[in-house]
Write a protein that binds this ligand. Structure first.
Ligand code: MN
Length: 243
């Protein structure tokens, strides 16, 4: 991926790599998904058909509209509305991850907020990562899935202008200005959650101050390409090693 506007093939290649990287890093498993807006200001985005992220290839990526639908007859993901409604509300967002990455889940079901404890996660809200409470929108007997534009819209509202929102008893959503940035953020959200949980077992963590989080986001976040390049090499190597 280069800094010029990517071609369709570039974009598909990067999104396939993102799928595989996020599996390798423990953010996605058989479930969860990552999408990318097709171009700046576009009302369409690329998201795989209903498939485990580790199995996604370029031809599995379907062009979806902001109503969550596509013209392709292949079966889409149930929760595609998460992506559609975030793109609808956030022109700055070019890529979205929805995951069930395990270390963040405790912060969505308890009264301890997810907060930045390491400098790699300065993109997290300094005081409290928002938690989306689906029962306020879907009642107390839903399957917790975001299966309609209306639920997607309420989740996108909970995310607001931030990078990450937690989904109670389910997972999280991460937004970024590029595929590279959203992958970096999704990986380090999981890392920060793991470290915060460890710190909480020792005592009261000292969190990054709002000023530290902002400064760290600007300097460390600008180096996301270093991680992206090595992660891309690793997944390409493993693809070549697979007989
Ligand atoms: Mn889900």
């Amino acid at each position: 991926m280069t800094d010029r506007h990517p071609t369709d093939a570039d974009l598909r290649g990067a999104l396939v790599a993102a799928n595989h990287i996020l599996v390798r890093e423990g953010v996605l498993d058989a479930f969860g998904h990552v999408s990318a807006r097709t171009a700046p200001d576009a009302d369409t985005f690329l998201l795989s058909r209903n498939l485990a992220p580790g199995s996604v290839t370029p031809s599995d990526l379907l062009v979806h509209r902001l109503d969550g639908e596509s013209d392709d007859p292949r079966r889409p993901y149930l929760e595609r509305f998460i992506h559609a409604e975030i793109y609808r509300r956030r022109p700055d967002v070019m890529a979205v991850v929805h995951s069930h990455s395990p270390s963040v889940i405790p912060f969505g079901v308890s009264d301890t907020p997810l907060r930045p404890v390491v400098h790699m996660a300065g993109f997290l809200a300094a005081e409290r990562t928002p938690v989306y409470e689906i029962s306020e929108h879907a009642g107390d007997a839903s399957d917790l899935l975001i299966t309609s534009p209306e639920l997607g819209a309420s989740l996108a509202t909970a995310l607001g202008s931030g990078a990450v929102a937690l989904m109670r008893g389910h997972g999280s959503v991460t937004a970024g200005a590029s595929i590279m940035e959203v992958v970096y953020r999704a990986v380090y959200t999981e890392v920060n959650a793991r470290i915060q949980l460890q710190a909480l077992t020792l005592g009261t963590p000292r969190y990054l101050s709002p000023g530290e989080a902002k400064a760290a986001d600007q300097s460390v976040g600008a180096q996301a390409r270093r991680a992206w390049d090595v992660w891309c090499r690793q997944v390409a190597q493993e693809r070549n090693d697979t007989p």
